[in-house]
Design a protein around this ligand. Structure first.
Ligand SMILES: C[S@@+](CC[C@H](N)C(=O)[O-])C[C@H]1O[C@@H](n2cnc3c(N)ncnc32)[C@H](O)[C@@H]1O
Length: 283
């Protein structure tokens, strides 16, 4: 029998063999495009063992077999949610936001922005704050579409409530203008102002799906810190579907470690991890 993955000396609640681990890798790659590295078995064990416990199952083999037997089953959502990594923060990679503001101010039409891996909401709310500041109003001509594959983080984003320490690095003026402080049982938390919340539509969207059912064109697409989970062919496919959805003069914002120039010629680098459709640069 194959030895359980992970340290041999560790006693684990559930048997988790190398074959189970490979099966998880295959399933999440096919479902979400996430290419889990070979060193992630501990992470997979700890995240999925919660599912086994909740379902009262005794082994990964049983869990994975049930999953595979029902390709449209509800457990897929939980499986996917468990395996995404959702790290984010307000104004992460802050150099992008003044670029967004300048670009938005130069537009004559209402601004449409797509934030395609919005996680728990800090990124789309940072976009919304930036555009409110750019237009000097809480009701700017702006619509933001915020999507993610993970339904759990989307629910948290829609709730728009954050612990105070998530916003502690924001200037106090911004805090006052865009957040409401919780009182009583909600003390220690802030809620995003409803005006800001109203600028954003949250929706579940798997970047791997054939049909995104969204309409462009967008003036900007934020696709930050998600491409790192995909392999190059997947990145290439997604980028060629972004190209027609973005205005020729639109901006594509990528994460700090995502170099798209190696993947596509449809976008050209015009600033630090900021790209523009190459067709818009040609004369
Ligand atoms: C590390 S977070 C990045 C959040 C934010 N963009 C940022 O830069 O702070 C990656 C997000 O990508 C989402 N994700 C992973 N695979 C996805 C897919 N196939 N389609 C859509 N979102 C996906 C995850 O659920 C997660 O919320």
């Amino acid at each position: 029998m194959a030895a359980p993955a992970g340290s041999a000396s560790e006693r684990k609640e559930f048997l988790f063999t190398p074959a189970d681990f490979e099966r998880v890798r295959r399933l999440i790659y096919a479902r979400a495009g996430i290419a889990l590295g070979s060193g992630k078995h501990e992470m997979v064990y700890s995240r999925l063992s919660r599912r086994l416990r909740d379902l009262g199952l005794s082994s990964f083999e049983v869990y994975l077999a049930a999953l595979e037997a029902d390709p449209n089953g509800r457990e897929w959502e939980q499986f996917t949610n468990a395996l995404t990594t959702n790290l984010t923060s307000f104004f992460r990679e802050s150099h992008h936001f003044p670029i967004l503001a300048e670009h938005a101010k130069a537009q004559s039409e209402p601004i449409e922005v797509w934030c395609c891996a919005s996680s728990t909401g800090e990124e789309p709310y940072s976009i919304a704050i930036t555009l409110c500041e750019a237009f000097g109003t809480l009701t700017p001509p702006v619509r933001i579409l915020a999507t993610d594959i993970d339904t759990q983080v989307l629910a948290r984003a829609e709730a728009a409530i954050y612990p105070l320490d998530r916003v502690s690095s924001l200037p106090s003026e911004q805090l006052k203008r865009y957040f409401l402080r919780g009182k009583g049982p909600q003390s220690g938390q802030v809620r995003v102002r409803p005006e800001l919340r109203r600028l954003i539509t949250f929706k579940q969207l798997n970047l791997l799906d054939d049909n995104w059912s969204i309409k462009g064109p967008f003036q900007s697409i934020f696709c930050r810190n998600v491409m790192i989970y995909f392999d190059k062919p997947t990145q290439g496919k997604i980028l060629s579907r972004f190209a027609p959805l973005l205005n020729p003069q639109g901006l594509l914002f990528a994460g700090h470690s995502e170099n798209l120039s190696f993947v596509t010629t449809e976008f050209s680098l015009i600033g630090k991890t900021v790209y523009q459709p190459t067709r818009g640069l040609r004369r």
